[in-house]
Design a binder for this molecule. Structure first.
Ligand code: SF4
Length: 127
């Protein structure tokens, strides 16, 4: 089911004036959320999107969401954010927040990025 190369999943054209993108860096994940099947079908590192792929994206993106799997599992996350920061006005990382050191490293270097931490769970725990 997830045996496809993580990539740029969607670019939405909003009336031809701006574009958003979601860049799926990996289908690997350190978490095991019960409602999610991504971690059951991890990508192999050699399948994953490369910086060279990302450099080919348009340079006039309004917003890009860096996601996965868990994007902080990519060793080259800082470099990827660097490339995408030049291509998009707003850059956001969707993460489970587990690897805080990696997130702090990125946020210190690219102070304008947004970090969205998902806290998954049942209502009794989440609410
Ligand atoms: S953190 Fe996200 S990708 Fe990982 S198992 Fe949970 S929902 Fe799935």
């Amino acid at each position: 089911m997830y045996n496809i190369k993580p990539s740029v999943q969607a670019i939405l054209d909003r009336g031809g004036t701006s574009m958003d993108a979601a860049v799926i860096l990996t289908y690997r994940c350190n978490a095991r959320c019960q409602m999610c099947h991504t971690w059951k079908y991890p990508s192999r590192r050699e399948q994953e999107i490369t910086i060279e792929d990302i450099e080919k994206l348009p340079s006039n993106l309004e917003y890009v969401n860096i996601t996965g799997g868990e994007p902080t599992l990519r060793d080259d996350l800082v470099d990827i954010v660097g490339v995408l920061s030049k291509k998009a006005r707003k850059v956001e990382i969707s993460t489970n927040g587990y690897f805080t050191n990696r997130l702090v490293e990125v946020a210190k270097k690219y102070t304008d990025i947004r970090i969205r931490v998902s806290v998954e769970g049942l209502p009794r725990i989440n609410n």
